[in-house]
Design a protein around this ligand. Structure first.
Ligand code: SAM
Length: 290
């Protein structure tokens, strides 16, 4: 996969060189170019923003700067700064890495239209399903807004030529799009085949089956007088699987009940959820009599 990021703070994207993403770069599964938007600014002050039409506070990012920037980045003609991996990871495989997972190395650019991702609090909420879809793309271009955001015509114009997604990473407002790019890029890249050594890691993660994942434990068996649930040390894989499923259902029911409306559930799941509901109504304080 090729990722291009256009920003006025290129150094903000440095975390993309680290840990698993750095490793993906080393394995040639990922290439990341960061572009300084001011490179396309035309006045002596290299300005990228102007006051909003219609008045109001703040500044809006200029279309005459963003338009040419996105044109050349999408066409692959912009010379950005290529991020190299921060560490030599490849000689230190993780203990659970599996050999042989099919790896998809960086495709030649131009093979497919890019997807332009514009982070904005006014976008559609970014979900694990979006991450899965985007992990199958060859070329992602991110446009990092600042101030009041980017002139809407930049996005409308780009949508005439390639796929555009305006996405929000949550119901709060950040100062700029760079942190949102880090979030989205990390969620997407870890799903590219070959990036996580053990594919089961993401197949069992929260949201993959529509539910939250339950709690995890490691050694020691007792820590600060807190014991690991006995079933996990029983060696009975069937019981462990059922316990994990029920923990996942219970956690989803308690924290994100709306997910249960669309998650695929079998009869045993439904029976377990019924038990939870019954236990809750038994615990509920009875309505005071008039
Ligand atoms: N005026 C905009 C609004 O109210 O919708 C907020 C602009 S915000 C101060 C500046 C930039 O931060 C946005 O253009 C976007 O790139 C980024 N940003 C802020 N919050 C975000 C969120 N929840 N998700 C994605 N990007 C966000």
């Amino acid at each position: 996969m090729k990722i291009d990021v256009v920003t006025i703070f290129p150094e903000y994207l440095d975390p993309l060189r680290h840990a698993l993403l750095g490793k993906a770069i080393e394995k040639d599964l990922l290439a990341v170019d960061v572009h300084d938007l001011r490179h396309w600014a035309t006045d002596v002050h290299k300005s990228v923003d102007d006051s909003p039409f219609g008045g109001g506070p703040g500044m809006v990012m200029k279309p005459e700067v963003w338009g040419p920037a996105l044109d050349s980045v999408a066409a692959g003609t912009a010379a950005g700064t290529r991020l190299d991996s921060s560490l030599p990871h490849l000689d230190r495989p993780r203990h659970d890495e599996l050999a042989g997972e099919a790896a998809a190395s960086v495709a030649p650019q131009g093979a497919q239209q890019p997807v332009l991702i514009v982070p904005t609090p006014a976008g559609k909420p970014f979900t694990q399903r979006d991450a899965q879809e985007l992990s199958r793309e060859q070329h992602l271009v991110f446009a990092c807004g600042r101030y009041e955001g980017i002139d809407q015509r930049v996005i409308d114009d780009a949508a005439r030529r390639y796929h555009v997604r305006e996405v929000s990473i949550g119901d709060y407002v950040l100062i700029g799009g760079e942190v949102a790019v880090l979030v989205i890029a990390e969620a997407v890249v870890r799903l590219i085949p070959g990036v996580l050594g053990n594919r089961r890691s993401h197949e069992e993660d929260s949201f993959s089956d529509g539910l939250l994942e339950g709690p995890s434990y490691t050694k020691p068996r007792v820590w600060r007088e807190l014991e690991v649930p006995e079933v996990l040390t029983s060696g009975n894989h069937g019981l462990v699987d059922r316990w994990r499923r029920e923990q996942s259902l219970a956690r989803t029911w308690a924290r994100r009940p709306e997910l249960l409306e669309t998650a695929p559930l079998d009869q045993a799941d439904r029976a377990f959820l019924e038990q939870l509901r019954a236990a809750e109504s038994a615990d509920a304080p009875s309505t005071p009599q008039p």
